[in-house]
Design a binder for this molecule. Structure first.
Ligand code: AMP
Length: 193
């Protein structure tokens, strides 16, 4: 199963990916996690990305695609993958299609996690207290929500137009939401077969 998880900051992509990777037996690839690891390791790329991430803006397409290409060169992705946090804009969506076409591993389905803006803001505030993420400050959160609606929301239409989108209501218990996602994936992929 080759899956793209789409949703605003705070929509639960990371939480759901952690559970879905167990259920589907495929690796979870989060560009946010890859970038945070580069920042923590103090690599040149991490140093470049750090300030941009702290402001809640997007790291350059070139840097993120390079990281992703490296990750996709590892053999475990032959089993499938859950991609979380990529693509974040239309250029990334095209770049991903080109990369996966080259690897002969096209995306089966893109899942949009639907959560109201009001609840997103509440959830991020809760996470800021619990985890203290550098980009959970009020200014960075405002930027991340703006970047999402300006640049990432069009990616939803990109997959819809290509007949690969399923939309799942992202509010409820963790298992309740992942069961909804699994049912939506099953029905989308059964339609194709
Ligand atoms: P996330 O953990 O997915 O919320 O990502 C945290 C931050 O990492 C984002 O606010 C961006 O600054 C950066 N980031 C993650 N994925 C991407 C991407 N696909 N393109 C550009 N920047 C990204």
């Amino acid at each position: 199963m080759r899956l793209v998880l789409l949703g605003a900051p705070g929509s639960g992509k990371g939480t759901q990916a952690t559970r879905l990777k167990e259920q589907l037996g495929v690796p979870h690839i989060s560009t946010g996690d890859l970038l945070r690891a580069a920042v923590a390791a103090g690599t040149p790329l991490g140093l470049q990305a750090k300030a941009v991430m702290e402001r809640g803006e997007l790291v350059s397409d070139e840097i993120v695609l390079g990281m992703l290409e490296e990750r996709f060169s590892q053999p475990d992705i032959a089993r499938g993958f859950i991609l979380d946090g990529y693509p974040r804009n239309l250029a990334q969506a095209s770049a991903l299609d080109a990369l996966l076409h080259r690897l002969n591993l096209p995306v089966d389905v893109a899942v949009q996690l639907d959560v109201s803006t009001e609840l997103l803001v509440q959830r991020i505030a809760g996470r800021a207290q619990a985890e203290g993420r550098a980009d959970d400050t009020p200014e960075a959160v405002t930027n991340r929500l703006r970047v999402y609606s300006d640049q990432t929301a069009p990616v939803i239409d990109y997959y819809r137009e290509r007949g690969r989108l399923v939309c799942v209501y992202g509010v409820g218990g963790m298992e309740e939401v992942s069961d909804r996602i699994l049912a939506a994936i099953r029905s989308a992929t059964a339609d194709e077969a």
